[in-house]
Design a protein around this ligand. Structure first.
Ligand SMILES: C[S@@+](CC[C@H](N)C(=O)[O-])C[C@H]1O[C@@H](n2cnc3c(N)ncnc32)[C@H](O)[C@@H]1O
Length: 379
């Protein structure tokens, strides 16, 4: 029996999977099944080894190789490159490079060949793109210290889901008095890796217009009013306004289509664009506790044209069972960075009700994206 499982897996491994790469729904389904299979095959000690040992070592080795530009050299050279050449090009010890690269090879990120030679893969080449390696940098700056400090902070603060200082875990982890976004504005390198990561993270989460029927906004839209969205979808000039903190808008200016109006704006101040068809908050409210999210919505409300303006939220809606681990993990990241949370449908309903909104409908399609789209209107 056991050998038939192994041979079935060997057959599966040999199947060409390139067509899956263009089919997000199928790829996500396959990945979910593969993860379930790994859980069934791992012993408890395997799990400890993976979460505490092989994965953190993979993360560290990848970061060091990206920083050293070893992966750039592998990409620029055809075929296998001996570590001696990599050592000469980077100035790093050949023995160190060998140790880092053999772990990357063991994890499947580069190919290896005797003696001590390594070759680029599609994955190692992808690590050269800013929106991918920005994530690596960002999680070193944020995820690693936040998760290292989280258990002891929770113990010290009496295991409260909502500690007295909502930014407590973050402040302790980073040894700072600044909140997350204050810290980012004071640290340009971290801010840049956060911005790169946000673009990679957003592009991999699925596009909201594939889940939400956009006709609901376009039909009945008054031509003279604005549509507020924080991503670009080819609307006419002036009709699509993207807002974020002024510093973020400054950085975005280089990249955004000329049809989009960029506007620095603080969510805790009056909304200057009145009567828009839609006010779209893309992964914004999850950064805030209920109290602060309600402040944001109360501040936004006066801009609404009753019966016309819609509130559209692109956010995780965590189901009561069977949640995607990306969303449950993100929930703990939100707790660590902001004292906030990813919310269930019941939690969204309660939050929006407290702010004077009613949910019209929630669109979820897990084959396209791990977020949902919530449409709400003023009560
Ligand atoms: C998780 S990010 C999402 C970014 C973007 N909406 C996206 O989905 O790619 C949250 C965003 O909220 C912005 N933000 C945080 N505090 C803000 C405030 N007080 N006013 C306006 N934007 C704010 C941050 O700069 C950041 O870009």
């Amino acid at each position: 029996m056991s050998s038939s499982i192994v041979s079935a897996l060997e057959d599966l491994e040999a199947v060409d999977k390139s067509s899956l790469l263009d089919n997000m729904a199928e790829r996500r389904k396959a990945l979910q099944l593969a993860r379930k299979l790994c859980v069934q095959l791992e012993s408890p000690m395997d799990t400890i080894f993976r979460i505490s040992w092989t994965d953190p070592a993979y993360n560290a080795a990848m970061k060091a190789c990206v920083d050293l530009k070893v992966l750039d050299i592998l990409q620029s050279r055809q075929g296998f490159v001996p570590v001696a050449d990599l050592s000469e090009a980077t100035g790093a010890d050949a023995s160190l490079l060998h140790r880092l690269l053999r772990h990357l090879a063991a994890m499947g990120a580069v190919d290896e060949q005797q003696p001590d030679s390594y070759r680029a893969t599609a994955l190692s080449n992808a690590m050269l793109r800013n929106e991918i390696n920005g994530g690596l940098d960002f999680w070193f700056d944020v995820g690693t210290p936040v998760f290292s400090g989280m258990p002891s902070f929770l113990a010290k603060s009496g295991y409260r889901s909502q500690p007295v200082d909502e930014a407590g875990i973050w402040k302790a982890a980073k040894n700072t008095n600044s909140t997350f976004y204050e810290y980012m504005s004071e640290h340009p390198r971290e801010m840049a890796s956060f911005a790169s990561h946000m673009s990679g993270y957003t592009s991999d989460r699925g596009v909201w217009t594939e889940i939400y029927p956009l006709e609901r906004l376009l039909k009945g839209a008054d031509d003279s009013s604005s549509l507020i969205v924080d991503k670009q979808y080819g609307f006419q000039p002036g009709r699509l306004v993207v807002q974020d903190l002024p510093l973020v808008i400054e950085q975005a200016k280089l990249k955004v289509d000329k049809n989009v109006t960029l506007m620095g704006h603080d969510l805790f101040t009056a909304q200057p664009v009145k009567g828009a068809r839609a006010y779209f908050l893309h992964c914004v409210l999850h950064d805030f506790t209920d109290e602060r999210a309600i402040d944001i919505l109360n501040t936004l409300k006066p801009a609404f044209k009753p019966g016309y303006s819609k509130l559209i939220l692109n956010e995780c809606v965590i189901p009561s069972v069977g949640a995607n681990p990306l969303t449950t993990g993100l929930d703990l990241i939100m707790m660590g960075c902001f004292g906030s949370r990813e919310r269930s449908q019941v939690e969204w309903e309660a939050l929006l009700e407290r702010a004077g909104f009613r949910i019209v409908s929630v669109w979820t399609d897990t084959t396209v994206a791990w977020d949902s789209i919530i449409e709400a209107e003023l009560v």
